[in-house]
Design a protein around this ligand. Structure first.
Ligand SMILES: Cc1cc2nc3c(=O)[nH]c(=O)nc-3n(C[C@H](O)[C@H](O)[C@H](O)COP(=O)(O)OP(=O)(O)OC[C@H]3O[C@@H](n4cnc5c(N)ncnc54)[C@H](O)[C@@H]3O)c2cc1C
Length: 308
C-alpha cells in the first residue's frame, strides 16, 4: 500500500512548520524513519489512506548541529546516533550520551536514526532518552501554533509512545544540557537480549558531581528505564547518594534503596518485573563507579559503543 503522497525536504524549521500546517494534520515529520516506517506499516495507528506528505527534517542546518554554547552542549534533534558516537566533544563532556546512542539498534539504524526521533517516539525505554534525562536536558520545541520554547524533556512525555508533541504539527528542534566540568562524570549501561537489536531490557544513566576532595557525592542524577509509563529520574537513589561518601557501603545502601523503591514493569517481549529488579542492582554497580572514576580522573572514554 502507498504510505504517503508527497515527500518534502524542509530547509528550515519555519518551512517544516509551514508545510505541516498547510496539510492540517495530514502530513508528518520524518527523520531517520526507523520508527515511523514501522508505525506506518504495522503500528496500531496505521491508516486507511496514505499520508498527504512526509516532511523530512534531516537537512535543516539548525537541527543537525553539535556545538558547545558557553557551558552548554547543543545537539540538533536531527543529529544521528552515529554522529553523536563520533563526536569527541560529546564523548568528553557527556559520555553517557555517546554510550547510549552507541548501542541503539545496529549500524544501519544508528546511521539514520536520530536523537530527536528517539525522544519524539516517546518510549520510556529509548536509550537516548535515558541519558538525556540524567543530563537534565531541555528541548527546543517549535510548536505548530508559532510558539517556540525550551522545556525540560520530561515534559514531552505523556505515556508509552505518547508525546506532548503532535508530530503532524510540531517540530523538536534541538537539545541542550550542561557539559560536564571538573569533578563531574557520567556513565550509561544497559542490559540487552544477546540477539537483540531493539529496545533494552533495562538501561541506567548516571551523572555525578563529587566534592572538592572527590570523596563524597555532592550531587547526582540517575535515570533507569523503562520503569514507569514515562521516563523519570530515580529520585530516591539520588537522595541516597547526595552527601554520602564514595564507598562500597554507599553503593550497598543505594542498591537497597533501589530494591525498596524502584518497581519495574513486566514486559511480555523483554523481561519480568522481578528480573528487571535484579538488573537495577547490576546496572547501578556498573554505572556509578564508572561515573565516579570519570569524575575523579577527568578521563572519559565511552565504553561498549557499537557492540549492541
Ligand atoms: C531494528 C531496530 C532497532 C532499534 N533499536 C533501538 C535501541 O536499541 N534503542 C532505542 O532507543 N531505539 C531503538 N530503535 C528505535 C529507533 O531506531 C530510535 O528510536 C531512533 O532514534 C528513532 O529516530 P528516527 O530518526 O528514525 O525517527 P523517525 O522514525 O523518523 O520518527 C519517529 C517519530 O518521531 C517523529 N519525529 C522524528 N523527528 C522529529 C522531530 N525532530 N520533531 C518532531 N517529531 C519528530 C516522527 O514523526 C515519528 O512519529 C530501533 C529501531 C529499529 C527498527
Amino acid at each position: 500500500m502507498q504510505l504517503w503522497q508527497a515527500y518534502h525536504i524542509a530547509r528550515s524549521v519555519e518551512e517544516a512548520i509551514s508545510i505541516l500546517g498547510a496539510h492540517a494534520g495530514e502530513a508528518q515529520i520524518i527523520a531517520g524513519g526507523t520508527d515511523l516506517m514501522i508505525d506506518l506499516q504495522f503500528g496500531e495507528h496505521r491508516r486507511e489512506q496514505p499520508l498527504a506528505a512526509l516532511v523530512d527534517v534531516t537537512r535543516i542546518p539548525e537541527m543537525t548541529r553539535i556545538e558547545q554554547q558557553g557551558d552548554h552542549l547543543l545537539v540538533g534533534a536531527a543529529v544521528t546516533h552515529t554522529q553523536i558516537v563520533k563526536s569527541s566533544l560529546i564523548e568528553q563532556r557527556a559520555t553517557c550520551l555517546v554510550e547510549s546512542c552507541g548501542v541503539v539498534g545496529g549500524p544501519q539504524v544508528r546511521n539514520v536514526g536520530t536523537l530527536g526521533g528517539n525522544v519524539a517516539h516517546a518510549l520510556p525505554a529509548g536509550d537516548g532518552t535515558t541519558s538525556l534525562m540524567a543530563l537534565d536536558a531541555e528541548a527546543d520545541v517549535a510548536w505548530g501554533d508559532g510558539r517556540r520554547e525550551w522545556l525540560p524533556i520530561a515534559r514531552l512525555y505523556r505515556g508509552p509512545g505518547q508525546s506532548a508533541l503532535d508530530t503532524h504539527r510540531d517540530v523538536l528542534v534541538a537539545f541542550r544540557f550542561l557539559a560536564t566540568r571538573e569533578r563531574e562524570g557520567t556513565a550509561f549501561k544497559r542490559i540487552m537480549r544477546p540477539q537483540g537489536v531493539a529496545l533494552p531490557v533495562l538501561a541506567c544513566a548516571v551523572w555525578v558531581r563529587l566534592d572538592e576532595a572527590k570523596e563524597r557525592y555532592e550531587n547526582a542524577r540517575v535515570c533507569i528505564g523503562p520503569v514507569g509509563p514515562v521516563p523519570a529520574r530515580a529520585t530516591t537513589i539520588e537522595e541516597a547518594l547526595i552527601g554520602a561518601p564514595v564507598s562500597d557501603e554507599t553503593l550497598d545502601r543505594v542498591v537497597a534503596v533501589a530494591y525498596q523503591t524502584i518497581e519495574p514493569r513486566t514486559s511480555k517481549y523483554r523481561a519480568t518485573a522481578e528480573y528487571r529488579s535484579y538488573m537495577v542492582e547490576t546496572l547501578l554497580r556498573q554505572a556509578l563507579p564508572l561515573a565516579v572514576e570519570r569524575a575523579r580522573t577527568g578521563i572519559a572514554r565511552a565504553e561498549g559503543v557499537g557492540l549492541g
